[in-house]
Ligand binder design. Structure first.
Ligand SMILES: C[S@@+](CC[C@H](N)C(=O)[O-])C[C@H]1O[C@@H](n2cnc3c(N)ncnc32)[C@H](O)[C@@H]1O
Length: 250
């Protein structure tokens, strides 16, 4: 029985494909790849039949899948990873008996690496909120992500559609105007840009509005929190060594 692989394809650049994802892709004669991956994954897609899944209603997608499944495995390339904000869940659920989900590098992982910052730090932030300013069925006001915020939280905002100036004005009462913010645009891709500032000055630092495009979803991730400019203390390493790791050995 042929299978359908749902492969976390990373933030864009094919260097982020895992070895497991690569093996599954090699075994598939048909690949459903969103437009950007058709370009960045070109060498991996040679000789395969490639479709853009976003061009089909579910019923047409189902027809295509079932036509090809008779003769080959099928792979879907999922932006980032399936863990958060993925539109592919209905297909995974529908074919759950013959599907396998392969984890990948999420945009948040690639952004954290680029910034060289873990998103939690003792005494700074112990909570990371992964959220979006909108969801399919609600307006921003209905989807009130602000309620999760405080100064000891790190906010990771996907698919932001709120103009930056307005976004920062909404965040300042909860996070403070000195709170650091990073905008990570097209991480791993040739157009990659990072703008770092605080909630008061970030709007004047950006050269383009990353959240304006009506045509395409924004390819920028917003990270807000004091972890971004705090250094981890050496004493936290030594504390762990003495109080946690050494005690485990006994
Ligand atoms: C539908 S979500 C996909 C998230 C994905 N499932 C993941 O694991 O990261 C799309 C949003 O992810 C962010 N995003 C996707 N690709 C990105 C990239 N290369 N650089 C920065 N942000 C990106 C943007 O916020 C975009 O609006």
């Amino acid at each position: 029985m042929n299978k359908i692989f749902f492969i976390g394809a990373g933030p864009g650049n094919s260097d982020y494909l895992t070895l497991k994802g690569r093996k599954c892709l090699q075994k598939s004669g048909v690949v459903f790849a969103p437009n950007i991956y058709k370009i960045t994954y070109k060498p991996f897609l040679r000789g395969k039949t490639v479709y853009d899944p976003m061009e089909y209603l579910f019923k047409d997608l189902k027809k295509l899948i079932e036509k090809h499944l008779i003769s080959t495995n099928i792979s879907f390339l999922l932006p980032g990873d399936e863990t958060v904000f993925s539109p592919f869940q209905p297909i995974i659920d529908y074919y759950s008996k013959i599907s396998e989900v392969v984890p990948g590098v999420g945009v948040v992982n690639a952004s954290s690496a680029l910034l060289k910052k873990t998103l939690d730090l003792p005494n700074v932030s112990n909570t990371i909120v992964l959220t979006s300013s909108r969801s399919l069925k609600s307006t921003f006001e209905d989807h009130n992500f602000i309620r999760f915020l405080s100064r000891d939280v790190t906010l990771v905002l996907f698919m932001n559609h709120i103009p930056l100036k307005e976004l920062t004005e909404r965040l300042i009462p909860y996070m403070g105007e000195k709170c650091p913010i990073a905008i990570v645009y097209k991480v791993s891709l040739p157009e990659e840009e990072v703008v770092i500032g605080n909630l008061k000055n970030i709007a004047s630092k950006v050269k383009k509005d990353y959240f304006e495009s009506k045509k395409e979803p924004s390819m920028a991730l917003v990270i807000v929190g004091y972890v971004l400019n705090k250094k981890a203390t050496i004493s936290s390493w030594d504390y762990r060594k003495k109080q946690i790791w050494d005690k485990r050995k006994k």
